[in-house]
Design a protein around this ligand. Structure first.
Ligand code: FES
Ligand code: FES
Length: 220
């Protein structure tokens, strides 16, 4: 998540992430039929609408997720993946969809403390789950050295895989704050970078570990 120019001011990664989290809706923005765009006032009306106008089609479901510390109740189509719901219902674009088949790790989020491929799980199956995305990591000052180290070591080119690597690194450091290079490479083995940045990740994470252990600010 790089620094972004907005108007005449530069927004840091943590500021961008905080803005995205603040904008997440905690209730459905509207009751709208995803097929015909009919609009109603309640979920019960939507179910009646499906029965009358779209018989035989599975109606949207209600799911409540704890995302980056916010309880969000959503009305979603049951076929949507967690990745799609994070992006299209909550506006969180950090997790990326590269392979869409559980092979690359670019969509990794943390669910109940475990690295989880958000392209590979239906959001409807995540009722009550506690989910942390790369945005939720970026707003925590403790993890700023990790993000800064990725910038310093050029551990990104197109950047598409980077959020998934950062999330996997955070999961690793939560359970092992002082990993060896082998342990880092093993923890990141489910993440693929087609730009060829793979060797840079262990350098970045190793330096972030050192900076965090010293409790100092990162001097990129
Ligand atoms: S997009 Fe989910 S694993 Fe590749
Ligand atoms: S930086 Fe491009 S896919 Fe990794």
């Amino acid at each position: 998540m790089e620094t972004q120019r907005v108007g005449t001011t530069l927004k840091s990664a943590s500021e961008q992430a905080a803005a995205m989290i603040a904008a997440m809706p905690v209730q459905p923005k509207s009751i709208r039929c995803p097929i015909c765009r009919w609009q109603g006032l309640s979920y019960a009306e939507l179910i009646d609408h499906y029965a009358a106008e779209h018989p035989g089609i599975v109606a949207p479901v209600v799911v409540t997720l704890n995302v980056n510390g916010k309880m969000c109740t959503l009305i979603i189509e049951p076929h949507l993946t967690l990745k799609q719901v994070l992006q299209f219902h909550l506006g969180l674009i950090g997790a990326k969809q590269m392979c869409d088949r559980g092979a690359c790790g670019s969509c990794t989020v943390i669910m109940d403390g475990k690295a989880t491929l958000s392209c590979n799980i239906l959001a409807a199956e995540c009722e009550g789950k506690v989910i942390q995305t790369v945005e939720g990591i970026a707003v925590i000052p403790k993890w700023k050295p990790l993000i800064d180290a990725y910038c310093k070591w050029d551990a990104m080119q197109c950047g598409y895989c980077t959020p998934g690597f950062l999330v996997a690194a955070k999961v690793l450091l939560d359970r092992n704050p002082n990993p060896t290079e082998n342990e880092i490479n093993e923890a990141l083995s489910g993440n693929i970078c087609i730009c060829g940045t793979q060797p840079r990740h262990s350098q970045a994470i190793t330096e972030a570990v050192r900076v965090m252990a010293e409790g100092g600010a990162f001097n990129a």
